[in-house]
Design a protein around this ligand. Sequence first.
Ligand SMILES: NC(=O)c1ccc[n+]([C@@H]2O[C@H](COP(=O)([O-])OP(=O)(O)OC[C@H]3O[C@@H](n4cnc5c(N)ncnc54)[C@H](OP(=O)(O)O)[C@@H]3O)[C@@H](O)[C@H]2O)c1
Length: 348
Amino acid sequence: MTHRVVQWTTGNVGKQSVAAIVAKPELELVGCYAWSPEKDGRDVGELCGLPPLGVQATADVDALLALRPDCVVYNPMWPSTDELVRILGSGINVVSTAAFINGRRLGAERERLVDACTRGGASLFGSGINPGFVELLGIVSAGICDRIDKVTINEAAYTMGYDSPETEKPAGFGRPIDDPELQKMTAQGTAVFGEAVALVADALGIELDEICCEAEYAQATEDLDLGSWQIAAGCVAGIAGAWRGRIGDRTLVELTFRWKKAPVLDPDWPIEDGHVIEIQGRPTVRTTLSFLPPPDFEAETLADFMVLGHVMTAMPAINAIPAVVAAAPGLVSYADIQLPLPRGIVRP
Ligand SMILES: NC(=O)c1ccc[n+]([C@@H]2O[C@H](COP(=O)([O-])OP(=O)(O)OC[C@H]3O[C@@H](n4cnc5c(N)ncnc54)[C@H](OP(=O)(O)O)[C@@H]3O)[C@@H](O)[C@H]2O)c1
């Protein structure tokens, strides 16, 4: 069965989504949204470093909805509830990497999304590498325990190659280390990780009393030139945050992240790149997610290597398309859909 797909934007992740849609026999690219005016009317293959695909990117949302695709692959820099309501209300499913897991942090906006899903008979699903796939790995890892005391998911990364000031500054990067607003900024700027904590709790079948964020900060010891922006000495260049899901005063689900924008910061937390999942229980299970480029991978710059991260962000959403199309209408997560399978990507 082939699913007809519209791609939403062709940025870092979107380019890899397009490559995967084109490569997978069960998906057909029928349209593409261009947020940038200069991409309007251009061939999507050309925009994504691929041969021409005969599909033009367009800023005309009505024309894209009129294509009646089975699914939109939603990879914009910022999600828009208005945009999502329009797509879902038209009966088109959405798989997103843009700050959505279950929408619990969205308040009234979430109700608008639920209404649109009901009206259109469509589903909205969010994933990515983290939040997203790493929580699925945690849920799967917990499947060999007969008792679970706590689930901890740790992400640690040098993020020098992740050049995204628009998404990093709201979390507190670049602010003076003693800025009193920092805790609030990090909680708002990383709120989708709170949704990921809720996803794990849903999968465990537990009701959390609260989900909260606490963070510590490390300052740059010298002025940092990050290419498209700078962080001055004495300003935040490292954030170590934890989203905790509690019942009473007991933490049941913990999602931590440690991001550093320079090798040496003050304080100088160690970084072991990757994701480590620990299920405390019987037995205690440790799962480590690390990755390497394949032997034929060509990369000369840090930006080239970042492509692997964009692939890992795109694929959990792409692989979920058949399960999301088949799902009952509504906001759906890994706790609701069939296990996505990595079909159609084994190369002969
Ligand atoms: N869950 C995860 O693991 C994970 C990991 C990484 C990223 N993400 C998320 O995935 C999404 C895509 O990331 P990315 O690195 O591919 O993003 P990006 O390249 O920075 O931006 C994606 C596209 O968004 C459009 N855009 C640019 N500025 C915009 C603005 N101010 N408002 C609305 N749209 C704008 C552009 O569309 P055009 O293509 O038309 O120019 C751009 O190419 C983001 O929401 C990001 O936070 C999730």
